[in-house]
Design a protein around this ligand. Structure first.
Ligand SMILES: NC(=O)c1ccc[n+]([C@@H]2O[C@H](COP(=O)([O-])OP(=O)(O)OC[C@H]3O[C@@H](n4cnc5c(N)ncnc54)[C@H](OP(=O)(O)O)[C@@H]3O)[C@@H](O)[C@H]2O)c1
Length: 207
């Protein structure tokens, strides 16, 4: 069982929280609007609590379920309150028509988050290649992960597994750039080859 806090009260926050509750995890939801956070916690049930935005999260794992341009600012705003936490960045930095990224070449939102996070926090990229609509259906999916700290990735992998999903490590946090680019590929697939957003990318091995 993991202790997780989710910052954000939107689509992905709700979807991940629901799967996390079903997987037996302790879940806290946190939003700028305390009343809406409380309402969401009650709707989720399963002992979900509402945390206070900007104060130390209850979870050992903190999921950033906010728009990409707010991810690093939120982490900077929290400052030392995130010391020692494993921070999961799920964001996609799509440009206005989701055919490219807003980040400069050679970096990623996850790396920008890591730059402003406390020195002893560990940032892991995960879930950005999973559409919320596919996640909500409860099927087993592959979740691509990137991060620099092996223990933090093991912690995140255990959490992902508890959701009935398969974590797949892609390497160091530098790989977050390519995971964010993969998000753009998925938007292209949704609009063209697949024709809807009820799918995910997965890995098939021959043995
Ligand atoms: N939707 C998907 O299928 C999907 C898939 C993979 C990854 N993602 C990524 O997941 C993230 C969330 O997506 P979503 O679909 O859940 O978006 P959403 O439904 O629009 O929810 C975004 C949430 O972020 C909150 N928020 C915004 N700025 C904030 C701030 N400065 N501090 C605290 N909370 C803030 C919003 O709160 P307010 O209501 O107070 O504004 C809202 O609750 C995005 O980065 C997206 O790229 C989405």
């Amino acid at each position: 069982m993991s202790n997780i806090s989710i910052i954000g009260l939107g689509n992905m926050a709700r979807t991940i929280a629901a799967r996390a509750v079903a997987g037996g995890n302790a879940v806290e939801v946190v939003g700028r609007d305390a009343v809406r956070a409380e309402t969401l916690a009650e709707a989720l049930g399963g002992g979900v609590t509402a945390g206070q935005f900007g104060t130390a999260p209850a979870g050992d794992i903190v999921i950033l379920a906010v728009p990409h341009d707010n991810a690093a600012p939120v982490v900077a705003q929290y400052g030392p309150a995130l010391a020692g936490k494993v921070i999961i960045d799920i964001t996609n930095a799509f440009d206005s028509d989701a055919t490219g990224l807003t980040t400069a070449d050679g970096t990623s939102i996850a790396q920008e988050v890591a730059r402003v996070a406390p020195a002893d926090a560990h940032v892991v990229k995960a879930f950005n290649t999973v559409f919320g609509s596919a996640l909500a259906q409860g099927r087993p999916l592959d979740v691509l992960v990137a991060g620099d700290d092996a223990q933090a990735k093991a912690t995140v992998a255990a959490f992902i597994t508890s959701l009935g999903l398969r974590p797949l490590d892609t390497g160091s946090l530098d790989m977050a750039r390519w995971l964010e680019e993969t998000g753009v590929v998925m938007m292209g697939l949704g609009r063209h080859g697949v024709g809807n957003f009820d799918f995910t990318l997965g890995v098939v091995t021959s043995a």
